[in-house]
Design a protein around this ligand. Structure first.
Ligand code: COA
Length: 611
């Protein structure tokens, strides 16, 4: 295909890797450990067109063994595109028709950026063992220097998966004023002991390869290929989930395969790992692997800053943290930990957990949902894509009521936020200062992200551990209490995280429901309860009296109760003071009941509680 055909096929087309020689002060590029590099070259690629005001720059941080070649082809005969071609291109998750994308090969790498195999100008020989240790911070500082060299002082977004996600975190902490948005995918603020173990074994395989020669193997005709291949094989195992390993290979054998030694096997998985190891040796340098994996392993935000909350204290970027369900190398808990810490610091953060059976590499391979959420997040944050201005949609009665109850400038949490319409409305009409939506459904998360909202994808039945006590003025639970499995827990959590709660539930005691059940003997269906019994999500139906009793039992005070009738008859019954008969739905404004005074304070003098 030529370039024109490629572009038609949603590719960025034929691209080239450029090398920038970065201007440095006389002392060179001083690393975190105090040593310096006298020269710095960086390999990079760019796609798309910068906006006249430079507001659409997206920097992609690559993972451990990636490079600057993210998308497109290097020549018309190139058999494979860049490593994230599925994600980056016209109309893709990172849409190059709107965004200007830059990616650079990391410091310490072997794909054009200064690394151990580069010639040290002071000796005229490759650095080899003399290449200094680097950190994730050093890698990110080089990225900023490159962007400045290209004429960009700020970026619309920094995005990265795995070790790339660590660089994203570092960007947000180091350069808070330069990054508007951060997307951190399948990453962690530090590696787990298990993840460290695989890297340690991999590095040992290189270090113990006699051809490594203390790191000075360049030009000797011998290089630690065996050790590097083994390191890659070990790494590769961690990139796939057990499920995908079984699906790809099971215990399948290749009977035609020659078995090299007595203990080699015919298993396809051995052939696959051998192949991946060999392929890696052909494109990667063992010293680069040692340095970059070491930088990743020693990254520990909590250790460096005292805690994650301290690390994130100065962050200004809006964050999207994405976890992958079957990732056991950077498990979802680690992404949630990042998102939670940001939330605790009062930062703008959204979190979602993508169902991705492939495992850690899903962010490279299985990008359907990833592309959707990333695109929505990035585009909703573009300056020319601010949420549509005031368009007072005909208010649903419930939304209108809620909006009237929320004080201007309040902090609002919406549990079961759906597409985020209510929160968007509150932001617009009540100028809420802090708004967060929580929903279990990824489609809702994407819709809410598109409205520029912060949203967390999680199951409120599991509690709201990620939200500290009394962070919000209002927590809204509109038409959600009846669908959760643990209404009592949800009510308790609401009262823990907010001062007031606004709850709307369908009223099961509505007179039509009574007629349906009492006379027709059928489960009721109504505007408030529109489902057949066999497909209803409403598993905990209650009446007004039931909810009042629950509040009583839980120490929750009802400040206001508004019956919402849908018919004239219902309205008349509500007016007559019979809301439990007339209201289709009911809104409760609730608050924590003040803790009862100690018994000794309330009892008459001289009486004990048992008398
Ligand atoms: N024996 C030998 N080779 C086999 C094989 C077998 N039984 N089964 C598959 N292969 C080869 C295929 O021929 C193919 O070769 P090619 O890449 O030269 O075309 C390759 O293995 C396919 O690999 P696979 O892993 O099955 O592809 P995928 O589409 O599932 O994943 C990549 C693609 C690029 C993500 C993956 O190959 C890879 O390189 N993963 C590592 C990426 C990485 O560094 N992740 C770390 C992030 S920190």
């Amino acid at each position: 295909m030529d370039s024109a055909e490629l572009i038609k096929a949603n590719s960025v087309g034929i691209v080239e890797t450029n090398i920038a020689r970065l201007p440095l002060p006389p002392e060179g590029f001083v690393l975190a450990n105090g040593r310096s590099l006298p020269e710095l070259e960086v390999a990079f690629e760019t796609y798309g067109t910068p906006a006249p005001d430079k507001s659409n720059v997206v920097f992609i941080c690559h993972a451990l063994s990636g490079d600057a070649h993210v998308a497109g082809y290097h020549s018309p005969t190139d058999p494979k595109p860049g490593w994230w071609d599925e994600m980056v291109g016209p109309g893709k998750g990172i849409d190059t028709t709107r965004l200007y994308v830059v990616c650079a090969n990391n410091l310490g790498g072997c794909m054009g950026t200064t690394g151990p195999s580069t010639i040290d100008p002071r000796t005229g020989k490759p650095y080899g063992a003399q290449f200094p240790d680097i950190t994730i911070g050093d890698i990110v500082r080089v990225q900023l220097l490159l962007l400045q060299h290209l004429g960009f002082e700020h970026v619309h977004a920094v995005i990265g998966g795995s070790m790339g996600g660590m660089q994203v975190l570092e960007w947000s902490i180091r350069y808070p004023e330069r990054v508007a948005n951060c997307v951190c995918i399948a990453s962690a603020a530090s590696l787990s002991a298990q993840a460290l173990s695989f890297d340690i074994v991999g590095r040992n395989a290189i270090l113990n390869d006699p051809n490594w020669q203390g790191g000075n193997y360049y030009g000797t005709g011998r290089s630690p290929d065996l050790g590097l291949a083994q390191a890659r094989m070990i790494g590769h195992i961690t990139y796939l989930s057990p499920e995908i390993m079984t699906r790809k290979f099971g215990r399948e054998k290749n009977e035609e395969m020659a078995v090299a030694t007595r203990f080699n096997t015919l298993f396809q998985v051995e052939s696959y790992l051998n192949y991946q190891g060999r392929k890696f040796v052909n494109r990667f340098d063992a010293n680069s692997y040692l340095h970059i994996s070491h930088a990743m392993d020693t990254y520990d935000l909590a250790e460096e800053h005292g805690s994650l909350e301290r690390a994130f204290a100065g962050v200004r970027s809006r964050f999207l943290v994405i976890a992958l369900s079957a990732d056991w190398l950077f498990p979802p808990e680690q992404s949630l930990e990042i998102a939670t810490a940001l939330l605790h610091c009062g930062k703008q953060v959204s979190y979602c957990l993508l169902q991705a059976p492939y495992g850690h590499d899903a962010f490279l391979v299985d990008i359907r949902h990833l592309a959707e959420v990333v695109d929505t997040f990035l585009v909703s944050g573009l300056p020319d894509n601010a949420p549509a201005p005031a368009k007072p949609a005909p208010p649903a009665a419930d939304e209108f009521l809620i909006a009237t109850l929320v004080k201007p400038g309040a902090r609002v949490l919406d549990l079961g936020c759906g597409d985020g319409r209510l929160l968007a409305r509150l932001k617009q009409e009540r100028a809420v200062t802090r708004a967060l939506g929580i929903d279990i459904d990824l489609a809702h998360i994407a819709q809410a992200l598109a409205k520029g909202l912060d949203v967390f994808q999680c199951d409120i039945d599991l509690g709201l551990d990620m939200i500290p006590d009394r962070t919000y003025d209002y927590v809204i639970l509109s038409q959600t209490l009846q669908v959760v499995r643990k209404p009592r827990l949800v009510l308790q959590e609401m009262m823990r995280v907010a001062t007031s709660g606004i709850v709307i539930i369908p009223n099961f005691a509505h007179w039509l429901n009574r007629v349906s059940l009492g006379f027709a003997g059928r489960m009721p269906k109504s505007p408030a309860l529109p489902y057949e019994w066999y497909e209803t999500p409403n598993i905990h139906l209650a009446t007004i009296k039931d909810f009042v009793a629950l509040c009583e039992a839980e120490g929750v005070a009802i400040e206001e109760m508004i019956g919402i009738p849908e018919s004239w008859t219902g309205a008349a019954l509500v007016k007559l003071g019979l809301p439990n008969l007339g209201a289709d739905r009911v809104l409760f404004k609730v608050t924590r009941r003040p803790a009862p005074r100690a018994a000794s304070e309330t009892l008459p003098p001289g009486k004990t509680p048992h008398e």
